[in-house]
Ligand binder design. Structure first.
Ligand code: MG
Length: 158
């Protein structure tokens, strides 16, 4: 058996008038992600971790921002596409861990819903999907409430 670790990162600018969708959950907020897709920063980081671990490139190559097919698309649909490729490569996800860094609103109460939404798509038990929420303590663009970031790691086996 071969084990493969993947690392993913994503960030998005926050602007008024856009929905804030993180981990597939629509979070009530005064600003959302400026993006070509729905801007789900956590799912984007997870997808890049999956693709990186499997040697399948990255989401920028798979789902170009210039392609109108992906305009405002749910990132959950993109994740399902990525998982089809992961499975086709003979790989399974053993676990995933992640961090979302957002100044406001606080995300802790939404994490169980995010786990319930994402773990079936990753073919994981919710206990094998880590999602942690942090603030930036007022530092930088994230701390000023102008951006959101996410990091993710995955472990694949095949
Ligand atoms: Mg993104």
């Amino acid at each position: 058996m071969v084990f493969k670790v993947g690392l993913g990162f994503d960030s998005h600018r926050l602007v008024a008038g856009r929905p804030l969708i993180i981990g597939g959950i629509n979070i009530p907020a005064s600003a959302g992600c400026l993006a070509h897709s729905d801007g789900d920063v956590l799912v984007h980081a997870l997808m890049d971790a999956l693709l990186g671990a499997a040697g399948l490139g990255d989401i920028g190559q798979k789902f170009p921002e210039t392609d109108p097919a992906y305009k405002n698309i749910s990132s959950l649909e993109l994740l399902q596409t990525v998982m089809v490729e992961i499975k086709a490569s003979g790989l399974v996800v053993l676990n995933a861990d992640s961090i979302v860094i957002l100044e406001k609103p606080r995300l802790a109460s939404f994490i169980p819903q995010m786990k319930d939404r994402l773990s079936p798509l990753l073919a994981l038990n919710p206990s094998s999907l880590g999602i942690k929420a942090k603030t930036a303590e007022g530092l930088g663009e994230v701390g000023a409430g102008r951006a959101v970031e996410a990091w993710a790691t995955v472990l694949l086996a095949g």
